[in-house]
Design a protein around this ligand. Structure first.
Ligand code: SF4
Length: 78
């Protein structure tokens, strides 16, 4: 799945939501989150993000690794 990371915090541009074909990007209080089970790995959200906050989980910069769990946790708590 693709994952929203730190650069989204307090930005929440939402351009990603418009690109996502399966509507699996959800707004949280301070950032967006991607549902890891609903994401179909199409990659369309990534270039749409003006903050470059979205990464593919398998090419996640190590400093953003915590956001893989953060995205999964957020949608589980909804
Ligand atoms: Fe949606 Fe595709 Fe981004 Fe997954 S990779 S969140 S399916 S736009």
């Amino acid at each position: 799945a693709y994952v929203v990371t730190e650069a989204c915090i307090d930005v929440q541009d939402r351009a990603c939501m418009e690109e996502c074909p399966v509507d699996c990007i959800y707004p949280g209080e301070r950032m967006m989150y991607i549902h890891p089970d609903e994401c179909v790995d199409c990659g369309k959200c990534m270039p749409a993000c003006p903050s470059e906050a979205i990464h593919w989980e398998h090419r996640m910069p190590p400093e953003h690794q915590d956001f893989v769990e953060a995205n999964a946790l957020f949608v589980r708590e909804q």
